[in-house]
Design a protein around this ligand. Structure first.
Ligand code: FE
Length: 339
C-alpha cells in the first residue's frame, strides 16, 4: 500500500504546484499595436479579474523572442495580423492546440487552424482599389486579370516582402497552381506604374494622386482613412472605389488578425478565457469596429463604413493553406522581379 500512497501524494503535490500561480494573469506578445487592443483587454480584466500584461512589437521579432526564450518565455498568447505568421509560429513549435466549443461556435472553420493552434480574431480582404475618374469598374474582374496588358503601367502595389502580398500569392498558388501563378506574377510586375514602395495607404494615396489607376490594398486602410474624418484623408478616399475581385469564381482574398496560445504558457486556462472573450459577440463588435475590420463571427454586424461597400463572396480556402504556400509564394515573387 505504501507505494501507491506515495504516488498519490506526489500526484497531489504536483497537481497543486501546477495550479499555483502568483497572480491571476495572462501575458500577451502582440504584433497588433497597443491602442488597437488595450481597451478590449481592459474590459476583459473588468469582467474576469484576470490581469493582462501586454508586450507589443513586430511579429517576426516576437516570434524570434519566443524562440530564444523557449520554456522560460513569460508569454501565454501570441497575437499577429496575418495567418501566415501564425502558421510560422506553429511550424516553429511555438504554439499549442486549444479545443474550445466557444471558439468553434463563433469562428468559421476557414478562419481557424484545422488542428486548433490558432484562431482568427478579425477579418480583412485584400481588394482592388481604383481611381473612380480613370477606371470603369466594368473593366475589373479578377486578381488574375491584373496581369493583362491593358493594365500596363497602371498598377501600384507594395513590396513582396510584405506578408499581405505573400498571402495573396499563396492563395493564388492554391487556386491556380505554381506555374500559372509564376506567369501571373511576371505579368503583374510588368504592369506596375512604379517600383513598389511604402505601405497600403501609400498605394491608395498614389491612386488618388493619379500616379497609378489601381492598387491592391487591405480594406481597413481605406476604411480607417474614411473613419478619421480628416479633410485631407477624405479628399483621398473620395476618389477611390472598392472592387471585390473574383466574385464569379472563388471570391475575394481574405486574411485575419489572430491569436494562438504559446507552447509553454504558464497561464493556459486564463489564455483560453481570453481567446473566448475576444471572439464573443460583444468583443467582436468593438474590435472589428475600432479596427474597421470584418468580425470573424457572422452574428456581429459590420461597421457603417464597411456596410457601404456591400457584402462580398470570400475565398473559401482555409487560411492555414496560406502559411503552407508561403515559401513558394516568396520564391515566385522573387523570380518575377517583384521587389
Ligand atoms: Fe496592416
Amino acid at each position: 500500500m505504501k507505494i501507491p500512497f506515495r504516488l498519490s501524494i506526489l500526484a497531489l503535490l504536483s497537481l497543486s504546484l501546477s495550479n499555483l500561480s502568483w497572480a491571476d494573469e495572462v501575458n500577451i506578445y502582440s504584433a497588433r499595436k497597443e491602442a488597437l487592443i488595450k481597451p478590449l483587454l481592459d474590459k476583459f480584466t473588468q469582467q474576469t479579474g484576470i490581469e493582462v500584461n501586454l508586450v507589443t512589437g513586430k511579429a517576426d521579432a516576437l516570434i524570434k523572442r519566443l524562440q530564444s526564450e523557449g520554456r522560460n518565455s513569460p508569454a501565454d498568447v501570441l497575437i499577429t495580423t496575418d495567418a501566415g505568421r501564425l502558421h510560422r509560429a506553429k511550424a516553429a513549435n511555438l504554439l499549442q492546440p486549444v479545443v474550445s466549443a466557444v471558439i468553434e461556435k463563433q469562428v468559421p472553420a476557414k478562419y481557424r487552424d484545422p488542428e486548433g493552434y490558432w484562431t482568427g480574431l478579425s477579418v480583412r480582404s485584400r481588394v482592388i482599389m481604383f481611381n473612380k475618374e480613370k477606371v470603369d469598374p466594368a473593366e475589373l474582374s479578377t486578381y488574375e486579370d491584373l496581369a493583362a496588358s491593358k493594365w500596363k503601367r497602371r498598377i501600384c502595389v507594395r513590396s513582396s516582402n510584405n506578408i499581405y502580398n505573400q498571402s495573396l500569392v499563396a492563395s493564388m498558388i492554391a487556386a491556380n497552381g505554381e506555374e500559372s501563378t509564376a506567369q501571373w506574377a511576371k505579368g503583374l510586375v510588368a504592369n506596375l506604374a512604379r517600383p513598389p514602395r511604402g505601405g497600403d495607404r501609400d498605394q491608395i494615396k498614389a491612386v488618388a494622386a493619379g500616379q497609378c489607376d489601381i492598387a491592391l490594398a487591405n480594406t481597413y486602410y481605406l476604411a480607417k482613412m474614411i473613419h478619421s474624418g480628416k479633410a485631407e484623408q477624405l479628399a483621398v478616399t473620395e476618389k477611390i472605389g472598392v472592387f471585390w475581385p473574383n466574385q464569379k469564381d472563388r471570391g475575394a482574398h481574405v486574411n485575419i488578425s489572430g491569436a494562438g496560445i504559446t507552447a509553454h504558457a504558464a497561464n493556459r486556462e486564463q489564455a483560453v478565457k481570453l481567446l473566448e472573450f475576444l471572439v464573443s459577440d460583444a468583443a467582436q463588435k468593438w474590435y472589428a469596429e475600432s479596427n474597421q475590420e470584418y468580425p470573424v463571427s457572422a452574428n456581429v454586424p459590420v461597421s457603417e463604413i464597411l456596410a457601404q461597400w456591400g457584402s462580398f463572396k470570400s475565398d473559401a480556402i482555409n487560411l492555414a493553406e496560406l502559411g503552407k504556400n508561403n515559401a513558394q509564394a516568396v520564391k515566385i515573387m522573387d523570380r518575377a522581379g517583384w521587389r
